[in-house]
Design a protein around this ligand. Structure first.
Ligand code: HEM
Length: 222
């Protein structure tokens, strides 16, 4: 299929915003890993972040813009692709590109739903009033207690496991795809990039799901 100039431009912007989002999920996982060290470690990390004041809001605005652009262009490109793909070629295309590639729009939209739920759960803190315990007199919340109590009921654990599975699906295709879009991989390096991409997906999946699972199995506890 012939790509128009504007859709090439949008694909490049999706690749660049994709890099920003992957960098965020990697750094966020590193920060969250302080929960394995203990309550003081994750609370000190949260306090450090909040002490950055206005920079936190600049960072949030940049992330929000990257996320919004990535989603809007993703939806536009999917609709354009669908309009340009004759029905009889759909089966052939599916065989050539694979499950991860064909479900990018679905995994992306599930991730959007997950992020909205996650923000209500741990940032806006409205879903489970019983898990938010104050820490100190600076309006902080005990993040360690919030995370442990937050994974004490089945529904959040299931929603996080589902969310992380879709994160795996999305990143393990998207990461290698962005290198292709930016012209940084060729036929020779493509298989390597595909493996690296899957590896990044697996590290994120295992890293993130280990937090709720270790709480469920009582290895991270209050
Ligand atoms: C087990 C998995 C996860 C845990 C335990 C976790 C934990 C947290 C916590 C504790 C906060 C609030 C930090 C604070 O305000 O002090 C937070 C914020 C956030 N998380 Fe996660 N997170 C997880 C997975 C994810 C994933 C997979 C994404 C993205 C796809 C994500 C995106 C965000 C965003 C955007 C924020 C808001 C950051 C801000 O306040 O500026 N999280 N997370």
């Amino acid at each position: 299929m012939q790509l128009t100039q504007s859709s090439v431009g949008r694909k490049i912007i999706m690749a660049v915003t994709g890099i920003v989002l992957v960098a965020f999920v990697c750094v966020h996982l590193l920060g969250n890993s302080s929960v394995f060290v203990g309550a003081n470690a994750i609370n000190a990390y949260a306090e450090k972040l909040h002490s950055l004041g206005p920079f936190v809001w600049v960072f949030r605005l940049v992330m929000l813009a990257a996320f919004a652009i990535h989603i809007i262009f993703g939806i536009q490109l999917t609709l354009e692709n669908r309009a340009a793909t004759p029905e009889r070629n759909v089966q052939i295309k599916r065989l050539k590109t694979g499950f991860g590639a064909e479900t990018m729009i679905v995994s992306g939209l599930v991730l959007l739903a997950f992020v909205i739920y996650h923000l209500l759960h741990f940032t806006v803190r409205v879903t489970n009033p019983d898990i938010y315990v104050p820490l100190g007199d600076q309006g902080m919340v005990d993040v360690y207690v919030m995370v442990v109590k937050g994974f004490k009921s089945a529904l959040p654990v299931i929603l996080y496991l589902v969310g992380m599975s879709f994160l795996f699906l999305h990143v393990s295709h998207g990461f290698q795809s962005l290198f292709q879009t930016l012209g940084l991989s060729n036929d020779k390096s493509l298989p390597v990039m595909e493996t690296v991409s899957k590896l990044v997906g697996v590290v994120l999946l295992v890293g993130y799901i280990s937090i709720p699972l270790l709480v469920v199995f009582g290895l991270i506890k209050i």
